[in-house]
Design a protein around this ligand. Structure first.
Ligand SMILES: NC(=O)CC[C@H](N)C(=O)O
Length: 378
């Protein structure tokens, strides 16, 4: 098989040569790496990867093909894909198509046969940075390509949720009897999140990222949820304002990832950009409320800045850091002690990933149950 040449160019001028993988052409984005050994289809279709070029540290990608069941959204969102050694053909009973064909069909430019271990170490030492992948028979000189990379927008300051959110609201029904109704703000929601809620008797009303308080209240919700999503959380001023109104009304709240960062802002905490972020399905996190350690799925490049020890004052009462990452002490969860609100920076929906953190959806259901019991008492 003849291969088309490709080159990966980082904004610091470093470049790697390989072969075109998926669509032939060019793409730019933020270079990040994922340490997930499995679950590449869920990674590719996670809307939080919008505008990011993902380097897979697992060397062999494509082994299980792709199917119509494991998508986390309606399309592949990564801006580009970097793999070491693609499977020549898939071998899995659930495979319906081959990964390279799927990438090509969706116009996703990738590169293979590059040293993904070296690229990962480079990003780990120098931090996430802009990157381009360029493929074709006659590639321009690296200098010209570097200019294109340096013109790409930065991730800091990027407001991207509106680009990935649903245009229309939709409802994911509860499995069995409906116990609770949740209004979920879609900032780039993964399909598994309402699915996990439905398994707990929750009917989820998924609303566009531009939803107002009236839109939320129209669902008559027992709880409000803010999803994961791409971009810089400090740009989400409308959503931060909406969440403040939700907290003010003491409606039970749960947030995942971007939702955790937005809760941080609503509590007057800041967010900052991590050197290279956490992406993968093998990150150890401690739930400080129980002392239990869980292995969890992550995909974040920003984090909340909050005091680690004890409680701290917020406009909505005292709060605490509920979870921390055991690798680097990054804040992985917030808990409003004086109100019905909590969030985590990682992914209890576990798509892909271990199911250790599934209890958080039960915690949300319990919070809604307690709150409705309290409301009846008052
Ligand atoms: N998965 C997410 O919600 C990511 C949140 C945010 N875009 C970050 O990179 O930190």
């Amino acid at each position: 098989m003849t291969s088309v040449p490709a080159v990966l160019v980082l904004e610091d001028g470093t470049s790697w040569r390989g072969r075109a993988y998926g669509a032939v052409g060019s793409t730019v984005g933020e270079a990040v790496f994922s340490t997930g050994m499995t679950g590449y289809q869920e990674t590719l279709t996670d809307p939080s990867y919008h505008r990011q070029v993902v380097v897979m540290t697992a060397p062999h990608i494509g082994n299980t093909g792709v199917n119509d069941e494991d998508n986390e959204s309606s399309k592949i969102w990564v801006a580009g894909y970097v793999v070491r050694d693609p499977a020549r053909r898939s071998s899995n009973w659930r495979a319906q198509r081959e990964l390279p064909g799927e990438l090509s069909a969706q116009g996703v430019v990738g590169i293979s046969h590059v040293d993904t271990r070296a690229i990962t170490r480079h990003l780990r030492e120098r931090g996430a940075m802009r990157v381009g992948i360029f493929s074709g028979p006659d590639l321009p000189a690296d200098d010209a390509l570097l200019q294109q990379v340096r013109q790409a927008p930065e991730m800091s300051g990027a407001s991207l949720a509106d680009q990935v959110s649903t245009a229309e609201r939709y409802v994911v029904p509860a499995v069995g009897d409906r116990r609770f109704t949740v209004a979920a703000i879609d900032l780039g929601i993964k399909a598994m999140t309402p699915h996990r809620m439905s398994q707990r008797g929750i009917e989820t009303h998924v609303l566009p990222s531009t939803a107002t308080l009236d839109d939320v209240l129209a669902a008559n919700p027992d709880g409000v949820f803010f999803s994961n999503g791409p971009g810089d959380p400090s740009t989400m001023q409308e959503q931060i304002g909406l969440l403040k109104e939700v907290l003010d009304r003491r409606i039970p709240f749960f947030g995942i990832c971007f939702g955790n960062q937005i809760l941080g802002h609503a509590l007057d905490l800041g967010t900052y950009k991590l050197g290279y972020g956490h992406r993968g399905i093998n990150q150890p996190v401690m739930d400080r409320t129980t002392g239990r350690v869980e292995v969890t799925a992550h995909n974040h490049g920003f984090a909340v800045d909050a005091p680690r020890d004890g409680t701290f004052a917020t406009p909505f009462g005292s709060a605490q850091v509920s979870h921390v990452c055991l690798n680097d002490d990054v804040v992985e969860g917030l808990n409003l002690v004086d109100g019905p609100a909590f969030s985590v920076q990682y992914h209890p929906e576990a798509a892909a990933g271990p199911h250790d953190a599934g209890y958080l959806f039960d915690r949300f259901a319990d919070l809604m149950g307690e709150h409705s019991a309290d409301a009846q008492k008052n």
